[in-house]
Design a protein around this ligand. Structure first.
Ligand code: C2E
Ligand code: CA
Ligand code: CA
Length: 518
């Protein structure tokens, strides 16, 4: 019994031990598998994290590259923006600031200008620049502008700002002035740089400038007013005969208002039939007989009375009204010529053509139409153009004159000696008459060199088979001199002023010198 109990206890102990061992075994197996599983899981996670990291790194690198690309592009854009701004504010030829730059600069100055401060603006315009461009070509014109810039820069100091605001127009803006009178020195300095010639195409050319001057705040409180006023001053300098400087005055604006009034009145004048032609006799110096007339326009103004062409032709030219006015002149003069020629078939009629009229591409047709309508002999019509107009576009001038010469119309070169007077061009122009300008006649009896000039012009005309007519003959001494110099015709107050048609016909009727019928 005792052994039996002992055996059972031992048996239970062994079984218990076995169970415990089994449980432990199961525990370790489960744990081991869990560890293995966890490790496998961790490996997977690590792998994924690594992949993510790589992906992130590659994304990061791509972003960095993109940022770098963008920075480069941004720099390029900024550079382009800078150079575009520079281009927009710089004159390509002279590399000076341009009009936009000057206006912006002046705007800024005017906004902050204090009462006690004075600034000055000078508008410098090269005289007859177009002649240089037309006769020498644009590349020499450009060269001249560059040379002018270089010289102007030498006359500048630290308070000055130089800009090119138009083809042949420069601006000098001067700040910190204490006295307006001091500015005379600056103007003198600028004029001095033009006192010696410019060398273009191996030849020397003297260049002059017209200068307008305005001060702020005296002549304008805003940049717009100041620019407008300095421009007016420059135009007055041009009108005063160029090569001079003019300070702005408020009266200029009054003149401008008058000009605008003239413009609007001119428009109505043609409809209201207010224009009238006067005729000035032209004498044959040999026979002392009237051989023709020059038609000169007058304006019968309702309140001002008889207005002379110098007061309105330039305004008509600017507005383009000269084209219909000129058409009226041509037609009226031709109707008159036709009437007179019935009885005096040799009489000629000279008609002035303005620049705009001559350049109007319809001029040949207009002249042909008028000749046909009025039935005149085209050989008795003389069209007068000035040298300046003729040389403006020489090819066009030559071909237009040639076309009209084909039907017999003659051309005269008016005011000869006052313009460019290029002898080379004269050879090319198919004109028939040279009209020596009256400015030579004014001084011819006192000035021996003017006598030589007239003699030279006459000799030259002879060589080119041209007839010479002197205008502005006022004295017998002048007449004798011209006759001896072999001049063909004369026109001037000595014989007659321009008179209405009723009076002009008397010269023809009496066949006397006009002076005796005045
Ligand atoms: P222009 O063609 O040179 O005409 C000559 C001018 O000199 C005329 O002035 C004439 O009256 C003036 N004159 C003539 N003889 C003498 C003289 O002995 N002494 C002086 N001191 N002057 C004299 P006007 O009629 O006032 O004409 C001035 C300018 O107006 C003309 O100069 C011409 O350029 C222009 N003009 C006149 N009529 C017309 C026209 O129908 N059409 C165009 N486009 N222009 C015209
Ligand atoms: Ca004339
Ligand atoms: Ca003339």
């Amino acid at each position: 019994m005792g052994y039996f109990v002992i055996d059972r206890v031992i048996g239970i102990g062994i079984i218990t031990a076995l169970v415990i061992i089994l449980l432990l075994l199961i525990y370790f197996i489960v744990k081991y598998r869990a560890v293995i599983h966890a490790k496998a899981l961790a490996d997977v996670v690590n792998q994924k994290t690594l992949e993510h990291c790589r992906e992130l790194e590659s994304n990061y690198n791509t972003s960095v590259n993109s940022v770098n690309d963008l920075t480069v592009k941004c720099e390029e854009l900024n550079k382009n923006k800078e150079s575009m701004k520079k281009m927009a504010y710089t004159d390509y030829l002279t590399e000076l600031p341009n009009r936009a730059s000057f206006t912006e600069m002046l705007d800024n100055i005017m906004i902050t200008l204090r009462n006690e401060e004075i600034i000055a603006i000078m508008d410098i315009d090269i005289d007859n620049f177009k002649n240089i461009n037309d006769t020498l070509g644009h590349s020499y014109g450009d060269e001249l502008l560059i040379d002018v810039t270089y010289r102007l820069k030498q006359a500048m100091d630290e308070n000055d700002y130089l800009a090119r605001i138009g083809g042949d127009e420069f601006i000098v803006l001067s700040q910190n002035l204490t006295d307006m009178m001091d500015f005379e020195d600056k103007i003198r300095k600028i004029k001095n740089v033009f006192s010696y010639p410019f060398v273009l195409s191996t030849k020397e050319y003297f260049v002059t400038v017209s200068i307008g001057v305005a001060f702020a705040p005296k002549d304008g409180k805003t940049s717009q007013t100041l620019i407008k006023n300095v421009d007016s001053a420059m135009y007055v300098a041009k009108a005063n005969g160029k090569n001079t400087h003019v300070y702005f005055e408020y009266a200029f604006n009054q003149k401008l208002t008058e000009k605008i009034e003239t413009q609007s009145e001119l428009r109505k004048a043609l409809e209201r039939n207010e224009f009238v032609l006067f005729y000035q006799a032209q004498m044959n110096l040999e026979t002392k007989k009237v051989v023709g007339f020059e038609a000169l326009i007058r304006w019968n103004h309702a309140t001002k009375g008889l207005v002379f062409p110098d007061e309105f032709i330039s305004v008509a030219e600017e507005t383009g009204l000269i084209v219909p006015i000129g058409k009226w002149v041509l037609k009226t003069a031709c109707i008159q010529l036709k009437q007179w020629s019935e009885e005096y078939p040799e009489v000629t009629m000279a008609v002035n053509l303005s620049a705009r009229q001559f350049k109007d591409r319809d001029i040949v047709k207009l002249v042909c139409d008028v000749i046909e309508e009025t039935g005149i002999d085209p050989r008795k019509l003389e069209l007068e153009i000035t040298e300046t107009i003729a040389l403006d576009d020489i090819e066009y001038t030559v071909s237009t004159i040639q076309e009209l010469r084909k039907i017999g119309v003659n051309f005269s070169l008016d005011d000869f000696g006052t313009g460019y007077s290029s002898m080379n061009y004269l050879k090319r122009l198919p004109v028939s008459n040279l009209k020596i300008d009256k400015s030579f006649l004014n001084t011819v009896m006192m000035d021996k060199s003017d006598q030589k000039i007239i003699q030279t012009i006459i000799n030259l005309a002879r060589n080119l088979d041209l007839l010479v007519i002197a205008e502005g003959v006022e004295s017998f001494e002048q007449e004798i001199f011209l006759k001896e110099a072999n001049c063909d015709k004369a026109q001037g107050y000595l014989y007659s002023k321009a008179v209405p048609k009723e009076k002009a016909i008397l010269f023809l009727k009496s066949l006397e010198t006009p002076a005796s019928v005045q």
